[in-house]
Each structure stands twice: as C-alpha cells, then as structure tokens.
Ligand binder design. Sequence first.
Ligand code: ADP
Length: 488
Amino acid sequence: MPRSLYASLALGLTVILTLFGAAYLVITLVTTRLYTEELQQGLHRDLAAKLVGEGLLAVDGKIDEAALADVFHDLMVINPAIEVYLLDLDGRIVRYNAPGPLPLERVRLEPIERFLGERTGRIIRGDDPRHAGREKVFSVAPMMVGDAYWGYLYVILGGDEYASVAAMLQESYILRLGLTGLAVVLAVALIAGLALFSVLTRRLRRLSAAVEAFTARDCRGRLDAEIGGNDEITRLGSSATRMAERISELLAQLEKNDNLRREMVAGVSHDLRTPLASLKGYLETLVLKEGTLSPDEQRAHVKTALRHADRLSRLVDDLFELAKLDAQFESPRAEPFCLAELVMDLIQKLELRAREAGVRIEARIPPQLPFVNGEIGLIERALENLLDNALRHTPAGGRVTVRARLDDRGTVGVAVEDTGRGIDPERLPRVFDAFFRAAPAREGDDGGAGLGLAITRRILELHGSSVTAHSVPGQGSTFFFSLEAVAS
Ligand code: ADP
C-alpha cells in the first residue's frame, strides 16, 4: 500500500519534534541538577570553614562534644539537607548527625584535598557517607585541636536525590512551567508544519490526479495541470502538460500511420487485383476462343493483356521502390551534380511523349546556377515523377516548365509547373499519400497507382528537404522542392 507524501512528511516531522522534545527534557533536567549543585557549593563553600573558625568545637585541646551536638542540631533545623561529619586525618568518620549506622566508614581524601587546594569554582563532589558509591557536593575545613591538625569538618550540602524525573517535576514549579511551555511550542510547531505540508502537497496531489485522469483517458486530450505558483512543482506541471501534448500528438500520428497502412494494403490489393483480373480475362478468352478469333482480334487481345501486365509490373516496381526508400534510414550517397544537365536529359527523354500529347516542355534555368548536392539517381526519379504527372495531367496546347534558381538561404529551389487541370484544394494536402488519386481513375486510365508523389516525397525527405504543391483547378499546378547548393 503506497503511503502518501503528506503522511511521510507528517510522520517525519512528528518523530523529529518528539526527539527534539525528549533531548530538550534530558538536557533541562541534567543542567538543572548541575546548576543546583553548583549553586549550593558556591553559596556554602565556606560553611565548614566558618563553623570551624568560630573555634567553638574544641576546648582544652579536646573536641567539645556539647558544642558539636549543638551545631549538628542547629544545622538540622535550619536545613535538613545539610549533613555534618567529623573526620579524622585519614577520612574516617568519627562523629555524625544522622540516625543509625552509616554504610561508609570513611570517605576518600582526594576530593577533600582538591577542594582545599583549588578555587576554580568547578563542582567538586565527595563521597556521600549515607549512600555508598554516591557522590555529593560538600564543604570541608581542616580542624585544629590545640595546635595540631585533628581532622576535618565535612559538610554534605545536597540532600537526598530525587527518586525520579516525575518527583523532580513535582518538586519544581519552574521546571513544570518550562516543560509545559516547551510542549506548547512543539505542538504549535507540529500544527504549523502539518498545515504547511498540506498546502505544499495539495498541488502535487492535484498534479497527480490530472496525470491519472489523462492516463485514464488513454492519453487523449489535454492534461489540465493548472496548479498555480511559480516553483519546481509548477515547472513539473508544465513539463507534464508538454509531455502529454507530445504523447497525444504521437498517438494521433500513430493512428494516422495505421490508417494509412490500412489504406495502403487495401489500395495494393485493389490495384493488383484489377489488372490481374483483366490480364487473366483476356488470356482466357484467347485460349477459349482459339481458332474463332480473327488475327486482328487476337492481336488486340494480346495487346490489352500486355498493357495490363505492364501496369502490374509498374505497380510492383513502384511498390518495391517505395518500400525500399521507406526502409532506408541512412542519408543518400550525395555528391555534387549539375541540375541543369539532369533536367535537360529528362526533357529530352520525355520530349517525344510531350509532342505526341501536344504539350510544350521546357526548362528555365539560369546558366550560372551552382551545382547541387544529392544522390543523382534518386533526384532524377523524383523529378521524373513530377514531370510525368505534369505531362499526364496537362491537355494538348498546354505547357510544362521546370524552373530552378538559387535562393538567399543557400539552396536551389526547383519548381515543376504545368498548365493542366489542377487539383481540388481539399484533395491537395493528400496527393503525397501513397495510393491517393486526386481525380478518380478513369476506365482505361493507365496512370500510376498513386505512388509517384509518395516516392518523390520520401526521396526529398531522405535529402533533408520536402516537396510542396500549389494548384489552381483549371489553371495548373506547381510542385516545389529545394536542394542544398554546393558553394563554388
Ligand atoms: P499517380 O501515379 O496516380 O499519378 P501520384 O502520386 O504521382 O500518383 O499523384 C497522385 C495524384 O495527384 C494523381 O492521381 C493525380 O490525381 C494528382 N496529381 C499529381 N500531379 C498532378 C498534376 N501535375 N496535375 C494534376 N493532378 C496531379
């Protein structure tokens, strides 16, 4: 089950704030304790020295037991947390004011010596005689009895430690107040964080819903990613919108290609079937009526059969050529050649046909036209298709003209113009599609199968160029393409 980004962020924030709160609590408790100890030792540092200094504790070279008992008693009354011990010079406990026996017989002298030796203000802890292994802050002063050092007056300043954190909190109103304040601050931070995350993730949620809706529509239509703002999420939204547009375009293109392929298969089957059926029909007639047909009739039948066979073979050649060009993805083997010469050769080749059709065919090419770059065999085929179409669709008395000139983009523009019947504007955009005929094929029409212009277009595509058509019905058509000029 995928977790939402909001849930992850909220969980993350809660964990961080909880850890923060716990760390703060621990630090506060520890520093509070240390501060209390520091304060106690600082305030009562000289307590032992003062008690000893009054000189009341020793009389006549002996400890004054009564005075000692008074001191013990007075201190107990003033501050029960304070415990007084009388130590000999080895740290052994000789007198004390606590009830019952002590777990410790002696305390270590090392903290006592440190206390007496340094005055840095750092906390110094000594053994707590009432709790073996525990240390507490203290005050200490050496005691003289007569002229000799007798021992130490050792005063433990802190009372019993708090049993637990809860007890400590219960004891201190200030601590309670501080920690309640902390809890309130953390709660406010959590609520503010959750609100912020909700605002930020709302736009992501909207974007994700838009993408899901787009996917549910099979990637059709627009992806509506209007999420406002001007940050990374907005940019992500615009990228998603652009990507969706591109996907829609590519899908439409795929569908179009698929339809074209379907039409092409239908076109191929139809165009193969018709001449094949006629060819078969004429040959069958020849076989069935053998002996009954006159030689003229026989010749006519054979001629018609041949015409259909020619048409079939031309169709298969064109199909093969188009398939070959479609499968070719590398650039053609281009080399510089003279376009004017190529056009003149083609015109010569078609001149007889043009004369028979009563159409004038001519070239208008400036003599200083630079060479062009291309695969000459392919360009010849493209031009021949255009000239062949122009001748076929121009009635007697018309004219077919090939023009070429250098344009300012450094390319040579080539136009094949005719004064023929032209093409309907609504059919014009489709004339380059395979198997598309702009005018319905007439009975006995031995025109192409609608592959010539598709072949021309593919050849120019392979040359990094394109072919366009302009036509006015009844007045004529112009097909135009350009080729890279070779700098002379
Ligand atoms: P086809 O082999 O049928 O000529 P093309 O691909 O060469 O196929 O041309 C497609 C269609 O475009 C033709 O069927 C024709 O109707 C139309 N066409 C092409 N060139 C011309 C032109 N110069 N004048 C009028 N119609 C043309």
